[in-house]
Structures are given as C-alpha cells and as structure tokens.
Design a protein around this ligand. Structure first.
Ligand code: SF4
Ligand code: SF4
Length: 185
C-alpha cells in the first residue's frame, strides 16, 4: 500500500489513523453498485470517498452530518469489491465516531444511534446481549413504545426474550476490552 501527501480534512486523519490513502480510489463505483443500502443513502459510498478526496471542510461537514454513515451495515461488500482495497467499512466507522464526537448526528439516525448505544451498553454490563434490558433502553430512548410489541409473546414462547440477564463469568475481560477502546462509562 502506498501513502499519499495529504493536506487537511478527514482524509488526512484517515491516512494518519487507518493508513488509508483515499486518493487511490478512481471512482469505478463498484462499492456503490454492490452496497445493499446505497439506494436509501443521501450520499452513496463512492461519492463519500470522492468528497473527501477534495479535502474541503464543507464537504467533510456534509459527510459527518449525512444519513449514509448511519445506514451502513459494515457488511464489507464494498471492501470485497473494491479493486483498490479501500476499506470503506472502516471509513464509515471513523465517520460515525466523528459524527458523535462533534454532535453532528443526522436527526434521521436517532433510532439507529439508540440501537448502537443500548446494544453496547448491554454487552458492557453483561458480557452479552440482555434482550429485555436492551429493548427497554431502546424504547425509552426512541419513545417507540409500541413498535413490534405484537412480536413479544412469540419471542417469549420461543425462548428468545430473557427477562433476567445471563452474565458472562469473565466480566473483567469484557471491562478491559471496553477500557482499551476508551468507551464512555
Ligand atoms: S470500489 Fe473502490 S475504487 Fe471503486 S469507487 Fe468504490 S472505493 Fe473507489
Ligand atoms: S459496508 Fe456499508 S457502505 Fe459498504 S456495502 Fe456494506 S452497507 Fe454499503
């Protein structure tokens, strides 16, 4: 992999942090063509890379505020298809972190962010997902109290919804992982 001389903006930090050279992208569009969510994104994946290539702060701001970065599933399809091996899922992760830090999360992504936060909170507390705790946290954050409520009886009857958490024994190791990631308390 080669490294480029980058002057400013997100692409500089991506180069610094992830050793990614976004200038290697030649806009073939294979990432967007294979992305299962591209039709619902406000900025398609290849255009996100293109906008960052300019190193323009206004473009960077639009990307950080976009809905696309929250729709990305980290499915890796774009990365597998990219002839230049641009790690777009890692770029999306970085952009989401930046979006949260700068308090620029797209308002349409509120439920997605609530999902991420409550999922991680549950794993951090229990070492694994506690379904009931996760659902309660998600519904309190989003006020979507009645969404999917009809599924509850069937989930309980199939043993998919546990009301008491089943904690892992190796809690200390889980705590260490979160600590190493500087995850907020
Ligand atoms: S597939 Fe790779 S080279 Fe092609 S547009 Fe997407 S990021 Fe750029
Ligand atoms: S990782 Fe994200 S951007 Fe890439 S194909 Fe999957 S959903 Fe689309």
């Amino acid at each position: 992999m080669t490294f480029c001389i980058i002057h400013s903006g997100i692409k500089y930090r991506l180069n610094d942090k992830l050793k990614l050279n976004l200038n290697e992208c030649y806009q073939c569009g294979k990432c967007t063509a294979g992305c299962p969510l591209s039709e619902d994104m406000d900025i398609p994946p290849n255009q996100i890379i293109r906008m960052m290539q300019y190193g323009n702060p206004q473009n960077d701001d639009k990307i950080i505020k976009s809905y696309s970065i929250w729709l990305c599933l980290s499915c890796q399809t774009c990365f597998a298809r990219c002839p230049q091996e641009i790690d777009l899922p890692a770029v999306m992760d970085y952009l989401r972190e930046k979006s949260i830090k700068e308090k620029k999360v797209n308002p349409r992504a509120k439920k997605i962010l609530a999902f991420h936060k409550n999922f991680l909170k549950s794993v951090k507390q229990n070492g694994r997902l506690h379904e009931a705790g996760f659902i309660i946290g998600y519904k309190l954050d989003t006020m979507a109290f009645f969404q999917d409520v009809m599924l509850v009886p069937s989930l309980i009857s199939k043993g998919k919804l546990h009301f008491l958490p089943r904690k892992l024994k190796s809690q200390n190791q889980i705590k260490k992982i979160f600590k190493s990631l500087n995850h907020p308390k």
